[in-house]
Design a binder for this molecule. Structure first.
Ligand SMILES: N[C@@H](CCC(=O)N[C@@H](CS)C(=O)NCC(=O)O)C(=O)O
Length: 203
């Protein structure tokens, strides 16, 4: 059985939980408190030298970090990851966009507000993250005005990767009112089979 080291209010960790639930794969969850530096202990660093969650334990000696690599590993061979060469690359394209353009802004703004309590000394950084986050959300909106999902007209791990922090963006002071296509896509994700919310049930 898979074991996930994570914190369920982290969007990167939630991606893994959502994929496991939707793929109907059994797993256990080990809570890691990053504010208490539990991902930086020698024992944790032996499993992931990068000191971050989520971390998937595959067997006694095998660990896989990086949320989007974990999604790729779990979804391989399933309908959540297209086999077609170009569609497969398009999934990766949106997952790289998520990690480089979306998550560093949308998730970081939420981290400053939700985890750190919006300290005054981070306010300028928060405003930078919000501005850059809106640029990422606008790119998503333009795509979703034409397409129901990110790749191939159907739900894939690209949607899981981008949904994780977008659906809680309001916790980072993002107003999603200007993004009707994006809000409709959030609703489409939430009616997919075996969908589970961030704070619901397991973990
Ligand atoms: N690129 C990584 C980012 C993971 C990440 O940022 N993890 C955060 C929590 S969401 C973390 O572990 N922070 C604690 C630390 O860096 O010490 C992924 O997608 O998994």
């Amino acid at each position: 059985m898979f074991k996930v080291y994570g914190d369920i209010v982290s969007g990167n960790c939630y991606k893994v939980k959502l994929a496991l639930m939707q793929l109907q794969l059994p797993f256990e969850w080990a809570h890691v408190d990053i504010l208490r530096k539990e991902s930086r202990t020698p024992a944790f660093l032996a499993m992931n030298p990068n000191g971050q969650i989520p971390l998937l334990q595959i067997d006694a000696q095998t660990f896989l970090p990086e949320s989007n690599a974990i999604l790729h590993y779990l979804a391989d061979g399933s309908p959540l990851l297209p086999q077609d060469r170009l569609e497969h690359a398009q999934v990766l394209r949106w997952m790289f966009f998520e990690q480089y353009t979306h998550e560093p802004n949308v998730a970081s703004a939420r981290f400053i507000v939700r985890y750190l309590g919006r300290p005054a000394e981070r306010e300028a950084l928060l405003q930078q993250k919000i501005a850059a986050g809106h640029e990422a959300l606008s790119i998503m909106e333009a795509h979703l005005e034409r397409e129901p999902f990110f790749v191939g007209g159907r739900y894939t791990i690209a949607d899981i990767a981008l949904y994780a922090y977008t659906h809680v963006a309001h916790e980072g002071m993002f107003d999603l009112a200007p993004y009707p296509a994006l809000r409709a896509w959030l609703n489409r994700v939430e009616v997919q089979p075996h969908y589970i919310g961030m704070d619901d049930g397991t973990a």
